[in-house]
Design a protein around this ligand. Structure first.
Ligand code: PMP
Length: 285
């Protein structure tokens, strides 16, 4: 495997960043991920726009033009012979002697791009059965709209899920409302049949898959509302699922061990997964 690191492609074992990189020292950086279909990138513009926004919000310089970035992402995919999988980019505020304030102006950001094969079939098998989710308190900061590499609360939540045999942890605010998954956006079809997901004005990541699914659900004529739901409402829901660029639409069939609906993936989640995969394939560049 090969990685792009600050201008060159290197075998993964030789791909390194400096010990005083601010990503390593302070988690002072952002990242983005695209899924790959047939060697092409899904939702390219959506993820690119969010990446620029994450950088702008943290006042990290954009390391290259959109065209150059597209070239690097595609070249990394090509060199790793990825047909189906994921391509990640991490951009940090660069390397400088450890000191909290921003380094001198002109310090170049560090850029790392990696790509790996992840067969779609694997996720499809999980989606047919449905997966378990657990809940965890949301202990994150106030800027979860920025896609930073500071993911420790997410890591702890996902590990808790894994240790309890679940695939995802849904994080819950002080009001008992679900914010989002540790690496996904959370959805239910509530007991009245309405599709619900939390609004993005409320300290969650503005999922690119979430936006695509909202658009498709509206086109399908599904009644929907961008409004937070409680853990209790999730337990009583007809269906639950979560969305992300890497998992697409994943049906959840239990929450903290309580069966949701009839304990099988529901028709809305199943339909939206099919539609999303069709769309992502069709529009990949
Ligand atoms: N929320 C969090 C916390 C995430 O890390 C992710 C995945 N990047 C998502 C939601 C889903 O976002 P997207 O659909 O853009 O992958």
């Amino acid at each position: 495997r090969f990685a792009y690191v600050n201008g060159t492609y290197r075998p993964l074992r030789d791909a390194v960043v400096h010990v005083e990189d601010r990503g390593f020292q302070f988690a002072d950086g952002v990242y983005e991920v695209w899924s790959v279909f047939d060697g092409r990138l899904a939702d390219f513009e959506g993820h690119l726009t969010r990446l620029w926004r994450s950088l702008d919000e943290l006042r990290i310089d954009r390391p290259m033009s959109p065209e150059a970035l597209a070239r690097v992402l595609k070249e990394t995919v090509r060199r790793n012979r990825v047909r189906e999988g994921l391509v990640y980019i991490q951009i940090t505020r660069g390397t400088a002697r450890r000191d909290h304030p921003f380094p001198a102006e002109g310090t170049p950001p560090s850029v790392v791009v990696t790509a790996r094969t992840l067969p779609l079939a694997k996720g499809n098998a999980a989606a047919v059965k449905g997966v378990a989710v657990i809940t965890q308190p949301d202990i994150r900061w106030g800027r979860c709209d920025i896609k930073t590499v500071g993911l420790l609360p997410n890591v702890l939540a996902k590990q808790a899920a894994k240790e309890r045999g679940a695939a995802e942890a849904w994080m819950v605010d002080e009001m008992g409302l679900v914010t989002e998954g540790s690496s996904t956006n959370a959805w239910i079809v509530d007991e009245h049949g309405k599709l619900r997901t939390r609004d993005t004005q409320s300290n969650i990541l503005r999922g690119i898959t979430r936006a695509a699914v909202l658009e498709m659900a509206a086109k399908e004529g599904i009644e929907l509302e961008e409004r937070a739901f409680s853990v209790d409402e999730a337990r009583r829901a007809r269906e639950a699922f979560y969305t992300s660029a890497s998992g697409f639409v994943m049906p959840a069939v239990s929450i903290d061990g309580v069966k949701i609906g009839d304990g099988k993936p529901g028709p809305v989640a199943t339909r939206l997964r099919t539609l999303y995969l069709e769309r992502a394939r069709r529009e990949a560049i």
